[in-house]
Unconditional design. Structure first.
Length: 130
């Protein structure tokens, strides 16, 4: 997230300033209100290298004991392809997305996933890929 003298935009693609978008979720000042917002914040955590947030936002039954991120992979764009349920009124939902990245020495590529989310102790958490 290059600053260039201005406050950086959030990597999640919302168009919002990071400090008003995913930043408060990463710092623990706020919680995601929807499954899609949690998905976007998790993408931003990959983009900013925030493994601690990724672990905190993972369902306790599927959370890995350790998580090591590839610091050389640069996440460049997120596309939300479909969202099912996952609103403030649901207890579960899915988000299908495409995350674009560049690995060292390789052409830009993407990964696509349909992710399951659920509420745990009132907070949205990532469960697993479907």
């Amino acid at each position: 997230m290059a600053d260039n003298g201005a406050r950086p935009r959030c990597p999640c693609g919302s168009g919002e300033i990071y400090d008003r978008c995913c930043g408060p979720l990463h710092s623990g000042e706020a919680r995601a209100g929807t499954a899609e917002q949690l998905m976007r914040s998790r993408y931003s955590a990959f983009a900013t290298g925030d493994a601690a947030y990724l672990r905190r936002s993972w369902h306790s039954s599927t959370r890995p004991k350790r998580l090591e991120l590839d610091e050389d992979t640069r996440w460049i764009r997120l596309e939300i392809l479909e969202t099912r349920d996952g609103s403030p009124f649901h207890t579960s939902g899915t988000v299908r997305f495409r995350a674009h990245y560049v690995a060292p020495g390789a052409a830009p590529d993407f990964m696509e996933e349909n992710s399951a989310f659920a509420r745990e102790d009132g907070a949205w958490v990532y469960v697993s890929a479907l």
